[in-house]
Design a binder for this molecule. Structure first.
Ligand SMILES: [Zn+2]
Length: 110
């Protein structure tokens, strides 16, 4: 299983949604990241997050979000808050290239 973001959508100016493969395979978790008053909220629902554990989905989503808003100094200093909430795909979202994908990951794809 690859611990990589597989797709990315822009929901609005300050919200990003990434798709992560589930560890048991066959499914995806959507992870929503949004910025609100100096806090970055990360919402998704996987078994780990429901138990209040920090999972790789959060790290990857946060990484993508920081790369996406690299010019925003508020993002660097923001508090991180994780919320156990299921995110549903919305047809109004715009699919965008995955921000901050590492060179090594790219080489694997080529
Ligand atoms: Zn998770």
């Amino acid at each position: 299983m690859q611990k990589q973001v597989t797709a990315c959508w822009q929901a609005d100016d300050k919200s990003l949604v990434v798709s992560c493969p589930s560890s048991r395979g066959g499914g995806n978790y959507l992870v929503g990241v949004t910025q609100k008053n100096g806090t970055i909220l990360i919402a998704h629902s996987c078994p780990a997050s429901q138990k209040g554990l920090r999972c790789w989905h959060i790290d990857k989503a946060l990484h993508a979000f920081k790369e996406w808003r690299w010019w925003d100094s508020d993002v660097k200093n923001a508090n991180i808050k994780s919320v156990a909430k299921k995110i549903q795909l919305d047809q109004n979202w715009k699919q965008i290239p995955i921000p901050g994908i590492e060179i090594d990951d790219l080489l694997e794809v080529i």
